[in-house]
Design a protein around this ligand. Structure first.
Ligand SMILES: *Cc1c(COP(=O)(O)O)cnc(C)c1O
Length: 379
């Protein structure tokens, strides 16, 4: 990836840098390989207004998990009918935002929630389209904090309770059943959990031969290459969509939907930070940068490692070992230990790569810190 260093030199750090050209190429690849799968974008991965607008223009739907995300998606130009609303704790206010806008589907995660949606829709004289989020009890073999499809997770309705949930939807006047919704977890690189999910969908459908499920939504979770972003800037969408095509047994007229987040925006973003000090300790040398866990929390939260590039150092020099740390007053504010970098100096610009997903959206102002406006590149 090329970085506009001169522009960076003028800017206040830390900030996020987004390569919108790469985002466009990624979206083109999704369109080329998706076939008849309806693709939505999981807004929680990155809700930057320019990014949302590009994704809306590419024709994707928006998968939202809050009223705020529904409003941001509408403002970015996603048609209401292509917006879905998921999450275990939808409030009355948020549900009303969705009902008023006329969104395409509420992915319900419990019976109490279903009853509230029915009641609020009734007050507005509407019938809310709902899909039941089923917990498929599949281990996606990813980090425990981002595994969502196991019976002990808080998400969805367990298989044993599905028949009751379907009966409940059918008995209530102001909700109508659109289909079933699943999600196995995030940063999934093997295709096996998806093939497994497709087989599980077929088993579930076989138990409900008389119920119409117009939509089968297989969720998201496709991973990105966090080690080699330049070699693999665009995930293998072809393998993902062919796994769905080859393993789902669709009924006539049925639609397949998916909701991809990280795989769409992950590689197009970097956190750009400046070296404040290089501190030579007795055991270690530290590169202390002006961005930290308050701007990019994935290393502290998930033990994630983002590739680190010194944009100011000349290429080809000898590599040295550093611990790269942020300024926040927490021991977990560490980007990497024993990272090999060219000799690094105060003032150097550092890029933390693969930070387009769950980076800026998870930023906080802990320590009353301040994230500067993003810089965008269009080619
Ligand atoms: C977070 C989430 C997604 C997107 O996950 P990615 O790993 O970013 O693709 C899709 N569906 C649901 C229900 C989610 O919670």
């Amino acid at each position: 990836m090329e970085f506009p260093i001169n522009e960076f030199q003028q800017a206040e750090t830390p900030f996020y840098y987004y390569d919108l050209g790469l985002l466009r190429r990624t979206l083109a690849e999704v369109k080329r390989t998706a076939g008849d799968v309806h693709v939505s974008y999981a807004v929680k991965a990155n809700n930057d207004a320019r990014i949302l607008k590009l994704i809306a223009e590419a024709g994707l739907g928006a998968d939202c998990v809050s009223g705020g995300e529904i409003e941001a998606s509408l403002a970015a130009g996603f048609p209401a009918g292509k917006i879905t609303f998921a999450g275990v704790g939808k409030t009355d206010r948020e549900i009303t935002i969705g009902l008023t806008a006329g969104i395409g589907c509420f992915n319900i995660e419990s019976l109490p929630e279903l009853e509230v949606i029915n009641e609020l829709a009734g007050k507005l004289g509407k019938v809310a389209p709902v899909a039941i989020r089923v917990n498929p009890n599949i281990d996606a073999h990813t980090h425990s904090y981002i595994t969502t499809g196991l019976a002990e997770n808080k998400f969805g309705i367990n298989l044993e309770q599905l028949a009751d949930a379907i009966d409940a939807v059918r008995s209530l006047p102001n909700v109508s059943l659109r289909g079933l919704h699943f999600h196995v977890g995030s940063q999934v690189l093997s295709m096996e959990p998806y093939a497994h999910l497709c087989r599980r969908v077929a088993e579930i459908e076989a138990s409900f031969p008389d119920v119409e499920f117009k939509v089968i939504n297989v969720g998201g979770g496709l991973g990105i290459d966090y080690e080699n972003p330049d070699a693999n800037p665009i995930p293998d969408f072809g393998a993902y969509f062919s796994t769905l095509h080859n393993n789902l047994q669709l009924r006539p007229g049925q639609e397949v939907h998916c909701e991809l987040g990280r795989s769409i925006v992950g590689q197009c973003g970097s956190l750009i930070s400046r070296v404040v000090y290089v501190k030579h300790g007795t055991k270690k040398d530290f590169v202390i940068v002006d961005g930290g866990m308050s701007e990019l929390i994935r290393p502290a939260l998930y033990d994630a490692h983002h590739p680190i590039q010194n944009l100011s150092a000349a290429a080809g020099g000898e590599l040295m070992k550093y611990d790269v740390v942020g300024p926040v007053c927490e021991s977990s504010d560490v980007f990497a230990t024993d990272e090999l970098l060219p000799e690094t100096r105060r003032g150097d610009l550092i890029a933390f790569r693969c930070a387009g997903a769950y980076g800026e959206t998870m930023a906080s102002n802990y320590n009353l810190r301040h994230l500067n406006p993003s810089i965008y590149y269009e080619d």
